[in-house]
Design a binder for this molecule. Structure first.
Ligand code: GLA
Length: 691
């Protein structure tokens, strides 16, 4: 990260450069985010004409640090309110600190006691640049921070800039859409206290012409699991900036004298080579720099939720465990309904001790049973919640978020605990630590099933702080539990995929992608998910047919093949599966064990030909193709499926048929899938590159 000029800096990654410079008014301009530049080329950026300063017209140079100040009428990533009511900042550049490859640019307000640090970090072998902002109140009077975006990314000029985003709702997460960016501000985010099903904190910008395999893409992802906001702003001349940060309007966080506010990481990535290249660069980043145990492949889990919901005994769980083990599952997860008075969703949340009727001798016998079948044992918890009908709530009705003279709105008969309170956080950590210390629990599914409402803290000193401290304390509890129970693995769930982001993934091992386990819907959800997050964390259960949510009937192979594109798991009621389905399930589980290294750790290429869609995963000499076709039209034959990224001069053996294919032919003409002509046909094909 050499300084080529005393006021210009370059953050280099293997293929890209990000260049910023402080101008004559001490404003930090974003000069370049694109292909890698030499030091000489980076310096030449200073010779490019600057947009003229025309405050009335509104054309402005684009700033990497968007501080609220004179003539800044657009979105400002940094906004504060000083105690005397002053809102404008006049920042003066103080110094640049280069340490361990990180660059920190330090600014201070010309008059008020506020220091602003903007940090840039890159990692060897990755084109992702991580950015954070730190604000320090160097005085004694409080400063309200209205907005502290982690990063404002200046995207180079594009003719028809397009936005890709992931939107959705419960049961329909991570739906990918690409739209032309309108003029003005486009805001996506969450005000729910969680990352949300409605929007995932990631966006990509391209010039409107990128495809899966071609074209430059600029994308950013925010590593935060509470409320957030990404503002994409298109100026009058079509220029685009993307500003990403935690918190939402109209909340502010109070910074007392001497206090520092650190923002979460906003990661940015410029790639050439289309959307698939961008996605796989994000996957590589997640595996190398985000996940706690990146080299582990995830075990095949069985989850009991769809089989039993709340209606079970310890013996039912054991019977399911026996069936799951026979099918080849490696981790048995007992879901909701095992604790307190939790025999329905009306009571018990908050009381994390085994239900005495269901587990008179505690969890020990079930755990022993599961372990004796060669599986690990996992358990469901929803620590941030309480049912009003629980011992915890009866003892501490003030421990939930609430506001004076307002009702306490329930969702699923539950309220949200005020995890921002240190005593609540301490209590939760102690209960979970006790549960994990007293029982041989290998895996926790950590759920969070409702958004915040009436989010108040009547006797809190700075009530808006709850929006930040809830997530920080959640992270701290997870970090502490992991440190004290190093063999524990954690799944993040929030009614399915409501809390999927690089913040939670830094301290969990996988996520529950969606409560919608319909294979057809899942293919779309998984495709959106894969824009950012790797298959290594994408939990995918095979459940019953017809699907409990959609009532769609889908053959077993198709359900398995769809789930095998992620972390395969089984979630059906194995007590009622036919012997034939159990036997076929065991074969498909065995198939998955052969391909999971490629799926979970390999490079993903999306595939499409006519009505056939699929994914290809490459790792070392192994190429795996999973393909699906719902229905054929007019009895037309299925097209061949063109593969990507293979060596044209190499030959590849189809392990199913023994047939040897040329890489060049697979790329130019495609692979014959041999799909069944009936509806809901699917295939898994393993190719091995021959020496
Ligand atoms: C949420 C989860 C489900 C299941 C139930 C249990 O909906 O997403 O997988 O754990 O809670 O109540």
């Amino acid at each position: 990260m050499p300084a080529h000029d005393s006021r210009l800096w370059t953050i280099d990654t293997p293929n890209t450069s990000y260049v910023v410079a402080v101008d004559d008014h001490d404003r930090l301009r974003g000069l370049h985010w694109g292909p890698r530049l030499s030091p000489e080329q980076a310096l030449a950026l200073l010779d490019l004409p600057e947009s003229p300063f025309r405050p009335v017209v509104g054309r402005e140079p684009r700033f990497d640090l968007g501080a609220a100040s004179a003539f800044q009428y657009g979105h400002n990533g940094l906004q504060v309110r000083f105690s005397d009511g002053t809102r404008d900042l006049e920042l003066v550049f103080a110094e640049a600190i280069e340490e361990d490859g990180d660059l920190t640019l330090v600014f201070a307000d010309r008059h008020y006691p506020l220091e602003v640090r903007t940090r840039y970090r890159s990692h060897p072998g990755s084109d992702v640049i991580e950015r954070t902002l730190a604000l320090r109140n160097t005085g004694t009077e409080a400063i309200d921070v209205v907005r502290a975006d982690s990063a404002t990314w200046v995207v180079p000029g594009l003719d028809t800039p397009r936005l890709s985003q992931l939107h959705g709702e419960w049961g329909a997460e991570t739906q990918l859409t690409r739209t032309t960016i309108p003029y003005g501000e486009t805001v996506i985010g969450s005000r729910r206290g969680i990352t949300s099903h409605q929007a995932n904190p990631w966006v990509a910008i391209d010039d409107g012409a990128a495809t899966e395999t071609s074209g430059p893409v600029w994308s950013t992802a925010l590593a935060w699991s509470g409320t957030w906001r990404i503002t994409v702003e298109k100026g009058p001349t079509g220029s685009v900036v993307v500003s990403a940060g935690f918190g939402h309007d109209p909340i502010a966080i109070r910074l007392s004298g001497g206090e520092t506010l650190e923002t979460p990481i906003a990661a940015g990535l410029h790639t050439a080579g289309g959307f698939a290249s961008a996605a796989s660069a994000w996957h590589d980043y997640a595996l190398a720099h985000v996940l706690p145990h990146p080299d582990e492949v995830r075990p095949i889990l069985y989850n009991s939720w769809e089989a039993t919901e709340f209606d079970f005994t310890a013996e039912d769980q054991m019977r399911l465990a026996d069936r799951a083990a026979a099918m080849g599952c490696e981790l048995f997860v007992m879901d909701d309904g095992w604790f307190g008075a939790r025999v329905s969703d009306r009571a018990g949340l908050g009381d994390w001790t085994p239900n005495p009727d269901r587990f008179p001798d505690g969890l020990g016998p079930l755990i022993k049973h599961v372990h004796s079948r060669g599986m690990r044992f996992g358990i469901w918890v929803e620590p941030e919640m309480v049912n009003p009908d629980s011992d915890l709530y009866r003892a501490h009705p003030d421990w939930v978020y609430h506001q004076p003279h307002r009702r306490r709105s329930e969702v699923r008969q539950q309220l949200v605990l005020n995890l921002a309170r240190p005593d609540v956080a301490e209590h939760l950590h102690a209960r979970l630590d006790e549960l994990l210390s007293q029982n041989e629990i290998d895996f926790v599914k950590w759920d969070m099933n409702r958004p915040f409402t009436e989010a108040g803290w009547p006797d809190g000193e700075d009530p808006d702080r709850l929006w930040f401290d809830h997530t920080r304390n959640l992270y701290a509890i997870l970090d502490r539990l992991r440190a004290d129970h190093p063999n524990l693995r954690i799944e993040s769930c929030s009614s399915g995929g409501g809390r999927v982001d690089f913040g939670i993934l830094r301290r969990t091992d996988q996520v529950w992608t969606s409560d919608n386990t319909d294979a057809l819907d899942r293919i779309a959800i998984q495709d959106g998910f894969a824009q950012v997050y790797p298959a290594r964390v994408m939990g995918a259960w095979v459940t019953d047919s017809p699907n409990p949510l959609t009532r769609r009937e889908v053959p077993l192979d198709f359900r398995f093949h769809a789930a095998m594109a992620g972390v395969l798991a089984v979630g059906g009621d194995l007590r009622v599966w036919s012997d034939a389905d159990q036997a076929r399930g065991a074969e498909l589980v065995a198939d998955y064990k052969r391909i999971r290294h490629a799926v979970q750790l390999g490079r993903r290429h999306p595939l499409q030909a006519g009505a056939v869609t699929g994914v290809q995963y490459d790792r070392g000499d192994q190429t795996v193709v999973l393909a699906w076709r719902r229905a054929r039209s007019f009895a037309y034959p299925d097209p061949l499926l063109k593969l990507h990224g293979l060596d044209p001069d190499a030959r590849y053996r189809d392990e199913r048929t023994g047939r040897v294919h040329h890489g060049a032919i697979l790329a130019a003409h495609g692979l014959e899938l041999g799909l069944d002509p009936a509806d809901y046909a699917s295939a898994m094909i393993e190719l091995t590159r021959l020496p």
